[in-house]
Design a protein around this ligand. Structure first.
Ligand code: ADP
Ligand code: MG
Ligand code: ZN
Length: 503
């Protein structure tokens, strides 16, 4: 153990030294991702404890998820259904018969001493996900998707004795997960990131997980190796853990690729091991030498029957399949004539895409709807952390606002202001425009034109005014207001009437 640590330190130093670009260019990276996603169920994988996030530690536990002797697991049907849905959405073949297995290892966050996972008969095999990377479409193979239970959460910080002790919250223990393993088809950190983004979006569209990376409902481990360009065989890989954001995934892979290249360039060999991304230090560090499947002494879970998924159930799930991101983007382009870029932005959230279609259906020109949503609305959503635009501004109200701007009733700048207010208050555009006087005519030339018209058709009242009857002023102001349907600015009307009558 000590030896491999020393070696790792040497290797990390090497990675920090600059590697010439020509050297880097002689190598190609090979990457495969293992993604764990928490399934959207109310209860755990094998017991009825709640899966709610953020509850007080160790309140959602029972003999089953605490691994007490004599307790028996029971499969959560909803978790199986969601995993089948994910598999079908990822074009994988769902096995008619799959089986849970025990993966044996000791760790304090695993009270049973084994994790119930799937091994030789996983839920689904051989899927794919298409990504659009640097203008090219590429299919990334999905090796398998299987069900398993999560471990507990070890808390290493925040306690007075954290320097000596760790605490464990068993609430998360037994939470249903789907593990999605990709083929080693990815060739750069950016491509790996594009795959993870498309996978996350697809799972969100499928509504199988909330995919919240900060809360740990989507976690990613990256397997990476390098080889000289043109070489057919793969190099020795390392597995990097703790990549809970897209940025960390890309940065950790960049670091790890350079470290491996430096090692090889110096005549060394990459050691097959599991490494941890150290966020603060910005580098990967050795965690343990790679364990092999046989170390886990997998065997079929004797307390559970095999999982059977018949054709009828699959078909039922398929009937309920939503339109997935790639199809949505293609349709938005074809049906509404928006650009590929716009389609991508709009379809980056199912809620936003639905909203766009509702605004267009309410009469807005698709291009205008797209611009208004992408500009003001998405910015506001991002700022407030809200996700459903329709809950802030109804689609018909946004369409009505766009119509007012396009008819010239208010300026585009005012329109943005109104939308911001609508977003904050939920009030209709008309009310905000009236309250803020944004619909008013402040154009002096326009007001003057109207006043002149009225002055010209009221010679008798003009004469009265000039004879000293100041009360007639009110009459003229009233006439102008009526002619402009109340939209002229009263102050300006007053001034203009006085000025023109004095001429
Ligand atoms: P292990 O038995 O070590 O878990 P697997 O063959 O199950 O390895 O693969 C795990 C992940 O590693 C998969 O995502 C796979 O695509 C990826 N992978 C396999 N070999 C390599 C390699 N040489 N370089 C990079 N990634 C790899
Ligand atoms: Mg593995
Ligand atoms: Zn439980």
């Amino acid at each position: 153990m000590a030896r491999c640590y020393n070696r790792a330190i040497v290797m990390s130093r090497a990675a920090e030294s600059e590697i010439p670009a020509e050297t880097l260019a002689r190598y190609e990276a090979v990457i495969g991702l293992e993604v764990h996603v928490q399934l959207k169920t109310a209860s755990k994988m094998f017991c009825s404890c709640s899966t709610r996030f953020g509850d007080p530690p160790n309140t959602n536990v029972c003999p089953v998820c605490l691994g007490l002797p004599g307790s028996l697991p029971a499969i959560n049907r909803r978790a199986v259904e969601l995993a089948v849905r994910a598999s079908l959405g990822l074009n994988a073949a769902v096995a008619e018969r799959s089986r849970f297995a025990r993966k044996n290892y000791f760790y304090p966050d695993l009270p049973k001493g084994y994790q119930i996972s799937m091994y030789e008969l996983p839920l689904a095999l051989k899927g794919w996900l298409e990504i659009d990377f640097e203008g090219r479409r590429k299919r990334i193979g999905i090796t398998r998707l299987h069900l398993e239970e999560d471990a507990a959460k070890a808390l290493h910080e925040g306690f007075p004795d954290s320097d000596r002790a760790a605490y464990i919250d068993y609430n998360r223990c037994g939470t249903p997960l789907a593990e999605i393993v990709s083929e080693p088809d990815l060739r750069s950190p950016a491509e790996a990131q594009a795959y993870l983004e498309e996978l996350k979006l697809t799972l969100e569209y499928l509504d199988v997980s909330d995919c919240n990376m900060e809360e740990g409902s989507l976690r990613c481990d990256a397997n990476v190796s390098v080889r000289p360009r043109g070489e057919a065989r793969f190099g020795t890989k390392t597995e990097v853990k703790n990549l809970n954001s897209f940025r960390f995934l890309a940065r950790a892979l960049e670091y790890e690729i350079e470290r491996q290249i430096a090692t090889i360039e110096q005549g060394g060999a990459v050691l097959q091991e599991t490494r941890l991304w150290n966020v603060a230090a910005g580098r990967t560090e050795p965690m343990r030498t790679k364990e092999h499947a046989h170390d886990y002494r997998y065997f079929p879970e004797p307390d559970l029957l095999p999982v059977r998924i018949d054709q009828a159930w699959k078909e039922e799930i398929l009937r309920d399949m939503p339109e997935l991101p790639a199809a949505k983007r293609a349709r938005l382009e074809a049906q509404y004539g928006v650009s590929g870029y716009d389609a991508r932005v709009l379809a980056a959230s199912r809620d936003v895409a639905d909203y766009f279609e509702a605004v267009a259906a309410a009469g807005a020109a698709p291009k205008s709807a797209s611009n208004w949503i992408q500009g003001e609305l998405l910015r506001r959503l991002k700022e407030t952390g809200a996700t459903k635009p329709a809950e802030r501004v109804s689609a018909t109200e946004l369409a009505a606002l766009i119509a007012r701007v396009e008819r010239g009733e208010i300026t585009a700048a005012s329109g943005k202001q109104v939308l911001a207010r609508m977003f904050e208050t939920g009030e209709p555009a008309s009310k905000i425009i009236a309250a803020e006087g944004l619909g008013q005519i402040r154009d002096t030339a326009e007001i003057e034109r109207v006043v002149r018209e009225i002055v010209a058709r009221e010679p008798a009242n003009v004469a009265k005014y000039r004879a000293g009857n100041e009360g007639v002023l009110k009459f003229f102001v009233g006439q102008v207001m009526r002619a402009t349907r109340g939209q002229a600015n009263p102050q300006l009307v007053n001034e203009t009437v006085k000025r023109l009558l004095a001429e």
